[in-house]
Design a binder for this molecule. Structure first.
Ligand code: GLA
Length: 729
């Protein structure tokens, strides 16, 4: 049993293998949050002590009791307009303009397994793997009812949460904010870790002590964005990589989001996550309901590394879907950085022929194969193969690639349109634009209103026609700008506040149709690199292009930050040419390979321009990756150092599930005269087992490797790296 309810104390106790989550039906039917942390067995009702506080008002039914206030009570789902002045989950205005809500416990139910969230990405698990609790809160006066869903997955130490807001009245209800969850944590001895970024430098951890007031991570860009990621960690202030308490909140959503932590007047911390209220106003008709996206919660007492490994396994095994979820993904070569728009079918065949001899398994034809797309000013939306440019049909090209022993993949940017396109000329109203104003461009393109069924139908049909015309085994689904001037020609004025969320729902609907119609195609998400790298997209595509920055040194930092919340199997990473196209930096092929190994490995360069020596090295790389694929992609990942910008070296490690083999990656980024030695302690091994470290002549116990560690070799020059294969003997 993972969900316990004590009738006498009215305490709900959600238990995973190592964590407990408790809430209680408290005074006046309030739903109090009691605890989320290491597993305990007792009920924790003693942790809540009501007390009168000045300027924290009391609901009417408390009579002369001035000790209960929503302003000071730790809650599960707070609302605006009563006397809770902290960040609220829910704000809803009635047809009369009334904006206050007062939610009290009404009932609850439990069930085996986890119900699906139709139309929204979500963690899934079987009836025998866990249970779901639904607590129903009701505002009698306003006829609003909220169902709070808690799905408990004990074996993964995870709890998922979302809310369904019902309008039980007859008249419309306008949601001004509908967050997915909050956690009212006791005290304020925490740090909040958020992940900021920009195009070409995504997901950089920023650790901030929480303080009176708020710290937030948010996006109003219409997508989850490069700039902030919808994954945050709350941790105790002393928490490190391998020790300490921490809690993760991962939003299975790819649009505008708000996440943060607020410390209230009494020094308690409210953490919250959900759809960003800015630009959001959702009308729920009488009898209707609104479903918030899901937040995936994990707790770990094993530090940030432990928390990351929990998320890695959970997202990989219970969020990602499809044939490639756990299967080995092909090593690909993508022509983007090799050719940009300047290619023909012949040129691609030449690249493929060379790549085949190097152990590469798939060629991906990137942007530029359709319509009049000879540069990024035109063609988006016209998903018709440009046979004149290719010099052949798609089928002929793919057959040629297949004959070389390679699979074939193709690039689309389904959500976009250029003004210079047949699609735009036929349907100028299909993009977002506000009345009376020409829409702003970004990368010369406009955004299609994916909330509209006819737009999605067009895109689906156009994509399907291409995919059905040849043996395509992979699709890269790109999205190269953020939303602006969001106004939908298909929505009435009172529903314009729904356009952002309807866009995301539309994208999900289209992606679902795509994965259903083409179950054998491997889908890779992308948004100018890692601009939509979130748990929502991973429900549809098991991998996402991590960054448009392929520079190995920058990538170490990008992949480091990404690893906090996302598994290696999700991280698209390729070896590219030097000088690197984004930074101009020249790094050895070995470092580029060692960094790209920690992801869905591939190449993004013109292999026909490589020397024989480089080709030999690439043959070794592809063989190495195939050999170690499952250790890397399905093993446990350990961050051994923080490769912050001023750090001279970086190290990370993977250990397979059986703990019989491991890889230690060490990159010496900047050389120093009279360099000091670097000693690294390994992790995740079995103390009693003996391991051989290939290339060193050493055989040592796991205990020695973890307690005393290994001394790294000295290198000459910047950006040198080594991978040590460690195997049980
Ligand atoms: C985006 C992607 C790149 C490439 C280009 C093509 O920037 O992230 O990998 O596909 O678009 O235009």
């Amino acid at each position: 049993m993972s969900i316990l309810y004590d009738e006498a104390t009215r305490i709900f106790h959600l238990q995973t293998e190592h964590s407990s989550y408790q809430m209680q039906v408290g005074p006046y039917g309030s739903l109090l949050h009691l605890y989320y942390g290491p597993r305990v067995e007792d009920g924790l009702g003693h942790l809540y002590t009501p007390k009168e506080r000045g300027f924290s008002g009391n609901p009417a039914d408390t009579g002369n009791d001035r000790t209960f206030s929503f302003d000071t009570a730790p809650q599960e789902y707070s609302c605006f307009g009563g006397a809770d002045y902290r960040t609220a989950c829910l704000e809803a205005v009635s047809a009369q303009g009334a904006g206050d809500l007062d939610l009290r416990y009404a009932s609850h139910r439990t069930g085996k397994g986890k119900p699906a969230l139709p139309g929204l990405p979500h963690v899934y698990f079987g009836e025998d793997e866990g249970e779901t609790l639904v607590v129903i809160l009701r505002d009698e006066a306003r006829q609003v009812e909220v169902e709070l869903f808690y799905s408990v997955l004990p074996g993964y130490d995870a709890i998922t949460r979302h809310a369904v807001i019902h309008n039980r009245g007859r008249e419309a209800l306008f949601l001004e904010r509908a967050l997915s969850c909050q956690l009212d944590m006791a005290g304020m001895g925490y740090d909040l870790i958020t992940f900021w970024g920009k195009h070409c430098l995504e997901r950089q951890p920023a650790r901030t002590p929480v303080r009176h007031g708020k710290i937030t991570a948010e996006s109003v860009r219409g997508t989850s964005s490069h700039q902030q990621n919808p994954f945050v960690i709350l941790c105790e202030q002393g928490t490190g990589e391998e020790q300490g308490e921490c809690w993760g909140l991962s939003f299975a959503y790819s649009g505008n989001f708000l996440a943060g932590a607020e410390v209230d007047q009494l020094g308690n911390t409210r953490v919250f996550m959900g759809i960003h209220p800015q630009g959001f106003r959702w009308q729920v008709k009488g009898g209707g309901a609104f479903v918030t996206p899901e937040v995936i919660l994990c707790h770990s007492s094993q530090g940030l590394g432990g928390l990351s490994r929990q998320y890695h396994r959970l997202l990989r095994e219970r969020l990602c879907r499809g044939e490639y979820k756990l299967a080995r993904r092909p090593i690909l070569i993508n022509n983007w950085e090799a050719t940009y728009f300047d290619f023909t079918g012949e040129k691609l065949l030449k690249i493929a022929e060379e790549a085949a001899s190097l152990g590469v398994e798939m060629l991906v034809m990137d942007d530029g194969w359709f319509g009049a797309r000879k540069d990024d000013y035109r063609g988006l939306g016209d998903w018709v193969v440009n046979e004149a440019k290719l010099g052949m049909t798609l089928d002929q090209l793919v057959k040629g690639i297949n004959a070389l022993g390679l699979k074939f993949g193709i690039w689309f940017e389904p959500e976009m349109v250029n003004e210079d396109s047949d699609l735009y000329r036929a349907h100028p109203d299909w993009c977002f634009r506000t009345p009376g104003r020409a829409p702003g461009r970004s990368r010369n393109q406009l955004v299609l209103d994916m909330g509209r069924a006819e737009v999605r139908d067009y895109v689906f049909d156009a994509m399907s026609a291409v995919l059905n015309s040849a043996h395509v085994e992979y699709v890269k689904w790109d999205m190269n700008r953020h939303l602006a001037n969001v106004w939908s020609a298909a929505l009435p004025p009172e529903r314009q506040g729904e356009a952002y969320h309807r866009y995301v729902l539309g994208v999900y609907e289209l992606m679902e149709r795509f994965v259903t119609a083409f179950p054998h195609i491997l889908l890779e998400g992308c948004s100018g690199g890692g601009g939509r790298f979130d748990a929502g997209i991973l429900y549809y595509s098991p991998q996402i292009w991590c960054s448009d920055n392929t520079d190995a040194v920058d990538r170490i930092r990008i992949q480091y930050g990404t690893s906090f919340g996302y598994p290696i199997s999700a991280v698209g990473s390729h070896v590219s040419a030097v000088p690197n196209h984004q930074t101009g930096r020249v790094t050895p092929l070995s470092l580029r390979g060692d960094v790209a190994f920690c992801g869905t490995f591939g190449y993004e360069l013109d292999v026909s321009k490589l020397s024989e020596g480089e080709k030999a090295e690439i043959r070794e790389q592809t063989a190495f990756y195939k050999k170690h694929y499952f250790t890397i992609n399905q093993g446990d990942y350990y961050r051994l150092t923080d490769p912050g910008i001023s750090q001279p070296y970086a190290a990370w490690q993977v250990v397979n599930r059986e703990k019989g083999s491991a890889l230690l990656f060490y990159a010496r980024l900047s050389a120093q005269g009279n360099e000091a030695g670097v000693r690294l302690k390994l992790q995740g091994l079995v103390p009693e087992k003996r391991y051989h470290i290939h290339g060193t002549g050493l055989t040592l116990t796991g205990n020695t490797l973890m307690a005393a560690g290994l001394e790294m070799p000295f290198f000459q020059g910047d950006n040198q790296s080594i991978v040590w294969e460690i195997e049980e003997v």
